[in-house]
Ligand binder design. Sequence first.
Ligand SMILES: [Zn+2]
Length: 261
Amino acid sequence: MKISEIILYDEPTVPEIQLEKLAEFLQKTFPVKVELRKNILSYSSKDTAQKIAACKIFNLRRDFEKHIPTPEEIAFEELNIQDTSNTENIIMYDGFHLHKVLTDLIPKDESRNNIFHVFFTNKLTCTYDYNDYRYHGRALIGANPSIISTTGIIEAPAKPREYYFELMKNFTQGVNVDFVKEKFKGTYLEYHDSRLSKIIEGYLLQTIFYYETGEPFCENKDCKLLNAHWQKDLIHSQLDFGKLCEHHQYVLEEMIKKNQS
Ligand SMILES: [Zn+2]
């Protein structure tokens, strides 16, 4: 393995990440040392707030256009750096540009191939897709460093189709939609979902597999490397099944062997 050490940077507003549990999982899976740290934004420099504000997306239907932030937007990001619970509804950020800003915050002497950095964030990271010419929320951005967006995990994989149909039907009839949410409860992840930590294990495996082998995903729904487009599949692959498929278990074992030889 290229990696000998993994550093996880916390998102303190989402305690359901359970960093210690993830460290345990990683150490059980790979022969690596794991270090836990505060949020990557605690390494911010003077111009970080301005750079983050410049990553905001305003038009979902157009590829990234660099935004010149207003003093208010910069002040907002400065507050958010001090305490990430200082936030508004959901702001969308271009994932690749945010990735670059956060990558620059890694201490220089730790920017090495054998140290793998993972930043957790509550910011919604998005990428522009040329297949349908629009931005989509993403749970995972990049590999070493990787950003794992807890908001992306909840917002990006789609909820059941029936959920949207019922929501729309009742919404247009002016009926309270809370009962629709209640009816589908459990079939998708919610904010502060206690299942989040287990779900994150899969995203960690995907990004580490990508870094080590170039192949992050599996087609098999019975595998933690499934690139789930639906909440249902995410929950199935990470919780109901909750392991690697036979093939990827073998790939993992080979990866580890290479480490020892
Ligand atoms: Zn697999």
